[in-house]
Structures are given as C-alpha cells and as structure tokens.
Design a binder for this molecule. Structure first.
Ligand code: GUN
Length: 284
C-alpha cells in the first residue's frame, strides 16, 4: 500500500513558515485577486485564496467584475494594480469569459507582480532556469514529490497534460530536477505504455479517474493534479471530488500517491502565498 502524501499537512507547515517570515522580516505583503463573472468553482477558489492570505498575514483585496465586463475595463484594473505600491501580487482568476483574451490580460500584468508565474517573461525565465515566479500548482507538485523521492536524477517522469498552467511548467521543473521528462497529451500513441514506464507520473488532464490503476508502474510516485466533481449517489446535491487518477487501484501499485482532495489543491494556495511573500521581499 502506497504512502499517501498529505498535502494538507505540508501546506499547513509552509503557511506557518510564511507567517513566521512575514513577522520576523516585518513584511507587509499584499495580494490582489481579480475575478470576472460568476463561475462557481472560481468563486470558491478565489474565496479560499483570500481567506488563506489573511490567515497568513497577507493583506488581500478581491476585485469582482461582472461577466459582461469589457477587456478594456479589465486592462484598466490591471494597470491600476500594477501602479499600486501596496500590491505585491496580482492574480487574475482563469478561465476568463470568452470575449476576453486571457493572454492579453496576462501580458499586461507587471512580471514583478505576476505571482501566478503565467506572464511570458516568467514562463521564459523558468524555461531558461533563471529566477522567476514559479507557477503555483507545479511548484506544489514538486514539493509533494520531494516528500516521497529524495533522488530524482535520472528518473523517468511522465507529465500527462500540456497546459500552460500545469503541464508545461511542471515538465520544466522536473527537467531542472534532472528527470528524463516526457509530456503526453491527447495525441500521444500508447499512453498506457508511457504511463507503465514512468517512475514519476504527474496527472494533469482534467478528466475524472482517466489514469487507471493498472497503468501505474509498481513503485512509482503519482502526483494527481485533477480536481473533478462527479455524481455521488450518497450526496446527490454536492457530488464528490475525484482526481485524474483511479486512486484506490493506483495506490495498490504506487510507492506514494497524492489524494484528491487533500493533495495538490492545498499546495497551490500555499505556493501562491509563498510567491506573494517573495514579491514583497524583493521590494523592501
Ligand atoms: N485557474 C485554475 N488554476 C488557476 C491558477 O493557478 N491561477 C489562476 N489565476 N487561475 C487558475
């Protein structure tokens, strides 16, 4: 039976370290979170981010724009936050409504306040191995990976999913950790064989229980990035959350695995706070 990597505990420890650093260094970090529209999942994420920031000693402001806000209105808000000295981190929650071009908005954020690490400058710096804001979910994946593996050099790492938010940046971090990295996606031939040869498997597809238990190599470490709400006969109102991996069957073969919920999710928020503290520290 696999080690279940406890993301809640690791995130809690990171947050308490950040709170201690804020107090010791007399930092006054500020995080501005922008949400456009009413997407229910985004509303929950944004509320959780604001609450976690306040609990850690980071001032947070949530800016809510209506679903029909124009791209120009959002750009004006980003410009205002870029110029606000109390704001060290700017996070525009994705996805944005269809009529707004997300890349235009991301490119308008000051790279020195881009605590999501999505700006082309930060993405480029990450790929060059230069100091930058590292995207939060990939950073959280690596911290959890290190709970289970100390020696990553030479390991075969498979990233399933090629998104800008998770797949591509986590592949960069695995490469920096000296893994032999493969990125698989919807056009990959024989995904099952790719999975079965992976010592480290990062699942970031966004499809409930897509990776089957018997695709997991014996002794592999599995990091499950998925958060999917599915039907639950025991709770038809709320359903239940599952990851991108068939957890119980995978846990029988893996050496270590992250659960959903309670794995990568809490780490994403903790790493956002870490990036915000890093930003505040850079501008003392
Ligand atoms: N939507 C889903 N994950 C994220 C994230 O990490 N940052 C932002 N801004 N939006 C998201």
């Amino acid at each position: 039976m696999a080690l279940i990597i406890d993301g809640v505990a690791v995130a809690k420890k990171l947050r308490s370290e950040l709170a201690a650093q804020i107090a010791a260094e007399k930092l006054a970090p500020g995080l501005a979170v922008v949400i456009v529209g009413e997407d229910p999942a985004s509303q929950v994420y944004v509320r959780n981010k604001a609450r976690a920031a306040e609990e850690t000693g980071i001032t947070s402001w949530t800016h809510r724009l209506p679903a029909d806000a124009t791209q120009e209105q959002l750009l004006a808000l980003v410009a205002q936050l870029n110029n606000d000295g109390a704001v060290h981190g700017i996070l525009v929650q994705l996805p944005l409504p269809k009529h707004i071009d997300a890349q235009t908005i991301i490119a308008a954020i000051d790279p020195d306040k881009d605590v999501d690490g999505f700006h082309p400058v930060n993405a480029g710096r990450l790929s060059l191995g230069l100091p930058c804001f590292v995207p939060c979910t990939p950073q959280g994946c690596m911290i959890l990976l290190r709970e289970a593996v100390t020696k990553t050099a030479g390991k075969r790492a498979l990233v399933v999913g090629r998104s800008n938010i998770v797949g591509k940046p986590v592949a960069q971090l695995l490469l920096q950790a000296d893994c032999t990295v493969t990125i698989a996606h919807s056009r990959t031939h024989d995904l099952v064989a790719e999975c079965r040869s992976a010592d480290i498997l990062i699942a970031a597809i966004g499809k409930p229980e897509f990776v089957k238990g018997d695709w997991v190599k014996e002794g592999a470490v599995v990091i499950d990035v998925g958060i999917n709400r599915v039907a639950n006969p025991e709770n038809p109102e709320k359903g239940k959350l599952v990851g991108d991996v068939e957890f119980a069957a995978a846990a029988e073969r893996a050496a270590a695995i992250t659960p959903v919920p309670g794995g990568v999710g809490p780490m994403t928020i903790a790493c956002l706070l870490k990036n915000t503290v890093q930003s505040a520290r850079m501008r003392i």
